[in-house]
Design a protein around this ligand. Structure first.
Ligand SMILES: [Ca+2]
Length: 96
C-alpha cells in the first residue's frame, strides 16, 4: 500500500541564510530558538539525506562556535555555510 509523504523542503535555487533559518526553525521541536543535534537530524531526515545522524553531528560540531551543543544566533550562519559546502542539500520545491 503506497502513500505519499510530503516533506517541507528548501526553496529551489538560491537559498539565503534567512530562508535557511526559517526552514530550520520548523524543526525546533522544543521551541527554544536553538537547534540541537537531534533537531538538526530531523531536519536532514526530512530532506531524505542519508546518514542524517552522522551529518547532523558533524554539522553541529562545525557550527557550534561556543560549544554549548546547540546552534543558535550567529551560529546558524555557520551551519548554513557548512550545509551548502558539505551536505549538498537537495533544493526541491517548497511545499507550503
Ligand atoms: Ca552554540
Amino acid at each position: 500500500m503506497a502513500f505519499m509523504r510530503y516533506y517541507r523542503t528548501l526553496p529551489q535555487g538560491e537559498t539565503t541564510a534567512e530562508e535557511f533559518k526559517a526552514w530550520l526553525s520548523q524543526f525546533d521541536a522544543d521551541g527554544d530558538g536553538r537547534i540541537s543535534r537531534e533537531e538538526l537530524e530531523q531536519a536532514l531526515r526530512s530532506l531524505n539525506l542519508w546518514f542524517a545522524w552522522w551529518k547532523a553531528r558533524d554539522a553541529v560540531r562545525a557550527a557550534d562556535a561556543n560549544h554549548n551543543g546547540k546552534v543558535d544566533g550567529d551560529e546558524v550562519g555557520r551551519l548554513y555555510a557548512f550545509a551548502h559546502k558539505h551536505l549538498h542539500l537537495k533544493m526541491s520545491q517548497l511545499e507550503d
